[in-house]
Design a protein. Sequence first.
Lengths: 255, 357
Amino acid sequence: MNEHIIKDENLVYKKPSTLLDVPMHYCPGCGHGTVHKVLMEVIEEMGIASETIGVAPVGCSVFAYNYMNVDMQQAPHGRACAFGTGIKRVMPDRYVFTYQGDGDLAAIGTGETIHAASRGENILTIFINNGIYGMTSGQMAPTTLPGMKSTTSPRGRDVETMGYPLVITNLLAQLPGVAYLTRHSVHKVANVRRLKKAIMKGFEYQKQGLGYCLIEVVTNCPSNMKMSALAANEFVEQHMLPYYPLGDIKTPEEK
Amino acid sequence: MGEIRLMKGNEALAEAMIRVGCDAYFGYPITPQSEVLEYLSEQDPMSRTGMVILQAESEVAAINMVHGAAGCGKRVITTSSSPGISLMQEGISYMAAAEIPCVIANVIRGGPGLGTIQPSQSDYFQAVKGGGHGDYKLIVLAPSTVQEMVNHVKQGFELAEKYRTPVMLLADGAIGQMMEKVELFPQIPRKKDSELPQEWATTGRGDRKLRNFITSLNIQPEKMEEINLHLQEKYRTIEANEVQYEANNLEGAEYIFTGFGMGARICNKAAELGRAKGYKIGVIRPITLYPFPVAIYNDVASKVKGIFDVEMNAGQMVEDVKLAVSGKTRVEFYGRMGGMIPSPEEILENFEKIFIK
């Protein structure tokens, strides 16, 4: 590379030090890389890397600990919020986050998610909703849109037999233990910036002990949607965001 | 001498947790061990030692809370009974794989299925042979008295931390529910955060340059085999060093009665009745079910006419006894199931039927 131009005075952008210098396994155009980076930027900027403990799920982000230079545990499928509860209860002065996909959080782990939220556990969940099972290559997720095709709904999700998408973030809003619920995306630069601010708020609220915080990120899965990265982002904009509208769903002021 | 009390097994188990310096208990109510969380809730261990207790939404959540908290290097324990322990198996497999020390107590009730709330020993296979998926073992301690419920909590954590492995206490509903005199060990202080194991635990990076991470995942088969080999090597070390058993009247014995936990207690009484009738009967009681006391069985096998194994199940430990004696002597079994407890007279009668007449 052009190492001779990488000098402090020329530097306008760099990888956060909290992100390890290893190639990521994510597919080109996938939203995970962006969310990882933004999350690690926040942890670096807040200066909390040495006192943060993360929980990786089962799903595409199972290897999150390979990239994030904060102490991490990898939970069985769906159990990240139980892990987060266990960690936070014995290490109450640490920042604790879980990083989970839609299958993990809203299918197999629904019980753990709802109860951690209901208890008002002081943890932050980053919830990646791309409407599909990525790691197992394209099966229907709890968040797959009506009519959307997947390998287990090849003729499109038929809500009569397969049920409706679970809009779990809205479901959580009625729980008094929940402090902060907000929905974001990373398909455009402006959205990435808004997500970053939300993550910062999430950790701030955790510091103040306000209760459970969850940030949903509606994103793409180019490989399993069988689209180019750009087309997958278009799909997010045109089809997913109408079903999962962006913005705050609950803030500590409304708690 | 420590403090002496008359206590129910489940309550003694709970009191021992507080005294051993546990940092957290996560559990879910199930008969016949619900007194554990009730006793803890009443005691308010947070005010006594700073120990966290939390009633989880399920056994699945409880075991995963244990994993998270124990992964921080803390002393963490959970208890349940048979169906609840079945629900925990995935989490136990993860902890064995990721080498997370913790203690899990199973106060067994009769199965299969929802079964009965009466005492049983029918979870021997589940505890001793792995239980969850994959090649792993738990160190399994089998208390036969309320006193041992207490002692095994302390010993359980010592072994768990020495070998970085989950340890299971395999009790049964009778030991959980009955009251006996018990001597309690004095309060052990909880570990300070500065004493947590920095070489593996997720405590927050602190001064470390690189993170610690805990996972049981390795998609490269060569690497995953290496991890398996490492675990197996650890199990061989445990087998070589940690066997515990109790034996009596082996000298000149013609028959051996054997069993574990509650079964062994009844065996002792039955052997006593048998000796009074003139039979030369010794008793072997494994305290560690894994590692199994293979050598002592193999040793006595060439000296006796037979081994009579008694369990409150359909015959589980008897398979390990047979493996241990390797055909050198006759091994017979008598058991009751579904929450039934055999009486000493019943055991002796069946011994006579099988071996004498």
